[in-house]
Design a protein around this ligand. Sequence first.
Ligand code: SF4
Length: 398
Amino acid sequence: MSHDPVPLDPVPLDPALPARPQLLDHTPAELAACLAAWDEPPYRAAQLSRWALARGATTFDAMTDLPVALRARLAAAFALPPTRVLTTTRTDDGATTKLLLDLGGGAVEAVRMDYDPEEYDGAPEGGAARARSTVCVSTQLGCAMGCVFCATGLQGFTRNLTPAEILAQVLVFTRDAHARPVTNVVFMGMGEPLANTTATIAAIRWLVHPDGLALRQRGITVSTVGLRAGIRRLAAERLQVGLTISLHAPDDALRRHLVPTAGGTTIDELLALGREYFATTGRRVTYAYALLAGVNDSEPQAAALAQRLRGERAHVNLVPYNPVAATGLRRPTHSRVRAFQRTLQAAGINATVRIERGAAIAAACGQLRSDYAQSTHAARDGLELVPLEAVARPRSLS
Ligand code: SF4
């Protein structure tokens, strides 16, 4: 029997984290219990949560409708999410913003896309009027999954992020009064969210909580290489959260090559997990397929993928590769991408192509952090990031 290969949950936290516990590492129920134990009236929990999330307070002192004595007590007991932004990069006429956020003991990328990142053929899904703003968050510093095409995978794994550190990546955008309201959050940044399932679910609970950010559950998507235990745990939460499973190959041998740590789970097992997720949540699973020139982008491979997916309630999101220099891998031509999509569609498979904005700011996950690590800014800011040249070279795809 196969098993999830890298059970990373839980991982000890970095000792460099602040001594005071993070307020948002606690659940709504825990905060309510804490305030009740302090003899505060029941409505204080909602007030505090709204300040920390919807109102984006960066200090307890800013929570002006809480009594001064309570603000002081909270400040002595808890820390609020980190806010220090190391770099900000914008492209697509300001529609894509990528930040590097200092967590104290590490830096993490977060991206806001003021468009639907899964719009297709150049036309926004649902029409141009839809004012979507999607934040893509990271769940780990680095990643242990080792996908051979990924900048983050090349950096290796440092540690899991806490719920507060995940939420900080959304809050840094929601606090911007001049930006569009955030409507969607996708867990597709650095790290494997379902290797950090506890923190991922805790963060989601705050994102959708009426006293938190009150986002729609359907506006949240978790992306995974297919960790069985994590998928089942997420399904058991019975949230209406979307799930994306990374396939990247039509056969198990190639998939093991591209996603080496997921080698214990076959494509048939992943499809079975997708059916399970649908049966439990009613949400159809998306299968992500990174298109790599000369590796997995041929029409016979598209036909083989269509064969595997026939009869599934499957949606395939084709992601033309954003090249990472150290991998030597390339993006397929536009015509090859469209040919792959047409082959799937001709077989009755719902297949779309991920919009390719953001390439100009190194939007492939982990690239900004890599670039930053190699810049003089990292030394200036006192951060220790793994320089790209110091990590293992990727496995050959021959
Ligand atoms: S693609 Fe995702 S799961 Fe794979 S190494 Fe990169 S961050 Fe990790």
